[in-house]
Write a protein that binds this ligand. Structure first.
Ligand SMILES: O=P(O)(O)OC[C@@H](O)[C@@H](O)c1c[nH]c2ccccc12
Length: 259
């Protein structure tokens, strides 16, 4: 169940290999006492484009975004601004996230919480459940053919999965693995470049291939006008940097949602 990470190039390979070294010795956490969290799919099925707002302190592409932010406070403001789900980065080194951020966000808001991390080991799926996440991120460029196994693992743990793709071959893999929620990342995680044409292109391709599940466009959105081309094709949009960087998180989310 451990992906072959030596074949993953660029920054994505670097982060994933480091993450594996950090998590491989961890014990599977004891069964959570937390009640079942709300479903990400339900939030995405609401009418219009659902905003998944991300708690993000820094990133390899942007450097420092909002290093001092308080996760629960930001998440509450996002929800007040109309976000229908919260994404919490828990990778510690490149993104300055933590498991504690996720716990605090879970306790602070009622909407579904996505554990945004580089899933490279089964223990992370069990951990996500124990932390109160509704869903985990599965990056096809990292997991390759193991994507289907991790999807199963997530389902067994009572979690949904956002299956992330960036090109045609990854989309095909996600579809054949049986993904129900597909995220199309506009950012190339190997060289970190952004191309906002990626999401509409792969989104249309997924629908043309008969995909009836949920579609999320990810990365690189700075204002509401840029969301227009997603309407009617995507169910959700994942926004981090431009929201986290703003000085009024509620107003920034609200500007995107119209709430
Ligand atoms: O900050 P942005 O450009 O709004 O992007 C958010 C989110 O899509 C991005 O954080 C992301 C998408 N896929 C990832 C995988 C790992 C880490 C981070 C990500």
């Amino acid at each position: 169940m451990i992906p072959e990470l030596s074949r993953v190039p660029g920054v994505l390979g670097e982060i994933s290999r480091r993450r594996l070294r950090e998590v491989e010795g961890l014990q599977v956490p004891a069964e959570p006492v937390l009640p079942s969290p709300p479903l990400l799919s339900q939030a995405l099925r609401l009418p219009g484009l659902s905003l998944i707002a991300e708690v993000k302190r820094k990133s390899p592409s942007q450097g420092e975004i909002a290093v001092a932010l308080e996760a629960a406070e930001v998440a509450r403001a996002y929800v007040a601004g109309g976000a229908r789900a919260i994404s919490v980065l828990t990778e510690p080194h490149y993104f300055a996230g933590s498991d504690q951020d996720l716990r605090e966000v879970r306790a602070a808001v009622d909407v579904p919480v996505l554990r945004k991390d580089f899933t490279v080991h089964p223990v992370q799926v069990a951990e996500a459940r124990a932390l109160g996440a509704s869903a985990v991120l599965l990056i096809v460029a990292v997991l390759g053919r193991l994507t289907a196994s991790y999807l199963q693992l997530a389902e067994q743990a009572g979690l949904e999965a956002l299956v992330e793709v960036h090109d045609e071959a990854e989309l095909e893999l996600a579809l054949s693995a049986g993904a129900r929620i597909i995220g199309v990342n506009n950012r190339n995680l190997i060289d970190l470049s952004i191309d906002r044409r990626t999401a509409p292109r792969l989104g249309r391709m997924a629908r043309a291939a008969g995909f009836r599940g949920l579609l999320v466009a990810e990365s690189g959105y700075n204002d509401k006008a840029q969301l227009q081309e997603l309407e009617g094709l995507f169910d959700g949009v994942l926004i981090g940097t431009s929201l986290a960087r703003s000085h009024n998180w509620q107003a920034a989310a609200s500007q995107m949602t119209g709430v």
